[in-house]
Design a protein around this ligand. Structure first.
Ligand SMILES: Nc1ncnc2c1ncn2[C@@H]1O[C@H](COP(=O)(O)OP(=O)(O)OP(=O)(O)O)[C@@H](O)[C@H]1O
Length: 261
């Protein structure tokens, strides 16, 4: 199952955001999409989910245009974790997670014992079982993010599209979640996520795509794509790449102020 966006062009009220962006996601991959604020990352994700229509270009799932797919069927294949989510009602964390079962159960049926067991297991796995009965509107931003990830996993879709899933998480939860996402990719899930931290993809064997000037400027293994020059081009800052004992790049460090452009 391959989700592929080809030559996507998109503008908001005449202001171009995407100018020929192409990106693909396959099971077993963890792909980090990087780009500066306003580069169009969220827009590209929404277009790849079929939530927004491109002005030009096409998004396909296994070669078939998304537009030709039934929305419920699509939700069983691709799960979305949005950047900001405001619940209109004070659902409990468990109820929000159970919403992930809707594409499987249908909206007219109450969740069964199997759905509840699946969600409880996932809440446990993500370390938020103790929040199950708490109002989703009253837990912290990071805890809300974990609940949304449980909801996505409950959907049992094999492709997960996540908009800044690590934002708002404390350092421990960032490390644990990234580890979990790498584990999901190893289990055969395809994960596409945006991030603002170029150090995150360096820590695992991840694929990185750089969005710049409306196009994917580079796409490949983190160790090849993430160079000091690429970071300078993307964010306008000069950095040095720190290397581990085995010579692999492990982290970027900003250079002293006088060395920056
Ligand atoms: N609904 C909208 N109407 C008009 N312009 C929009 C809308 N949504 C986004 N934009 C603009 O389109 C551009 C791309 O936005 P997008 O949210 O896709 O970027 P991003 O790379 O995800 O940014 P960030 O990293 O800051 O979240 C930005 O300049 C933004 O202001």
């Amino acid at each position: 199952m391959i989700l592929a966006a080809r030559d996507i062009r998109f503008a908001y009220r005449g202001r171009p955001v995407l100018a020929g962006a192409s990106l693909a996601l396959a099971p077993g991959e963890l792909v980090c999409l990087l780009g500066c604020n306003g580069a169009g990352k969220s827009t590209l994700l929404r277009i790849m989910l079929g939530l927004q229509r491109p002005a030009q270009g096409v998004v396909t799932l296994d070669g078939q245009p998304l537009a030709a797919r039934d929305r419920r069927q699509l939700a069983q294949l691709i799960a979305y974790v949005p950047q900001v989510h405001v619940a209109p009602f004070p659902y409990t964390v468990q109820q929000v997670a159970l919403m992930g079962r809707l594409p499987a159960t249908g909206i007219l049926k109450a969740p069964g014992a199997g759905d509840l067991a699946c969600v409880r297991r996932l809440l446990e796995h993500m370390g938020i079982a103790h929040l199950a009965g708490r109002a989703y509107t009253e837990v912290s931003g990071g805890e809300r993010q974990l609940a949304l990830i449980v909801r996505a996993l409950a959907q049992e879709a094999r492709l997960l599209v996540m908009d800044e899933p690590l934002a708002g998480l404390d350092y421990g939860n960032q490390v644990r979640l990234l580890d979990r996402l790498e584990g999901l990719a190893a289990e055969g899930y395809g994960v596409l996520m945006t991030t603002h931290d170029p150090n995150q993809p360096l820590s695992g064997c991840q694929r990185v795509a750089l969005l710049s000037e409306g196009r994917i400027a580079a796409d490949g293994p983190a160790g090849e794509v993430l160079t000091p020059d690429a970071i300078h081009h993307l964010y306008g800052v000069r950095v040095a790449l720190m290397r581990g004992a085995d010579g692999r790049g492990i982290a970027f460090r900003p250079l002293a102020r006088e060395c920056r452009p």
